[in-house]
Design a protein around this ligand. Structure first.
Ligand SMILES: [Zn+2]
Length: 182
């Protein structure tokens, strides 16, 4: 992408040959490839050997997972916190794999709504729990930097499946534990 990025620098009125910009196309190329490296990963490979049969049926929550993604409309970052909960049904997922699953989908061009449902649907498909809940709270630079929204506005999206959808007490317990206002 180096030639294309050099061309973008010219288009915005810059001189790509000046000192500070000479290595910029290479750096942007590397940064973009890293930030979209989730396309090259697949959930089965990620979760391979990380699913365990365990007789535990209480709610499992991983809270405050940092999430950084790029909005597919402007290629600008959105970032914030992701909270994941599920209720096992004889099977659990290695705890460290949940943030990696979030990263895998976040490192693609995204809209926050789809990112939220992809995480929930994948856990639902692979772990077959009694329920899954995913909430993402994020700020979008495409809105904040362009002045479309006030500086501190946060977009909140959720995907609630199974027991979290059907049972209000379960849903409230989760929302209380991740401190989301109902
Ligand atoms: Zn955007």
């Amino acid at each position: 992408m180096i030639e294309e990025i050099r061309s973008i620098l010219k288009q915005i009125g810059e001189d790509p040959t000046r000192d500070g910009l000479q290595s910029t196309p290479l750096r942007v190329d590397r940064a973009l490839r890293f930030l979209t490296s989730g396309y090259g990963m697949d959930p089965d490979a990620l979760l391979n050997k990380a699913l365990f049969d365990v007789a535990y049926d209480e709610m499992v929550i991983v809270r405050d997972i940092e999430v950084f993604s790029l909005c597919e409309h402007h290629l600008l970052p959105f970032f914030g916190k992701c909270h994941v909960g599920y209720i096992p049904n004889g099977r659990v997922i290695g705890l460290s794999k949940i943030p990696r699953l979030v990263d895998m989908f976040a490192r693609r061009l995204q809209v926050q709504e789809r990112l939220t449902t992809q995480i929930a649907d994948t856990i639902n498909d692979k772990v077959h729990p009694r329920g899954v809940a995913v909430v993402i709270e994020a700020q979008h630079l495409c809105m904040i930097m362009r002045g479309v929204e006030k500086q501190n506005s946060v977009a909140v999206t959720s995907s609630l499946l199974g027991a979290f959808k059907d049972n209000q007490n379960t849903r409230n317990e989760f929302l209380n534990l991740v401190r989301i206002q109902k």
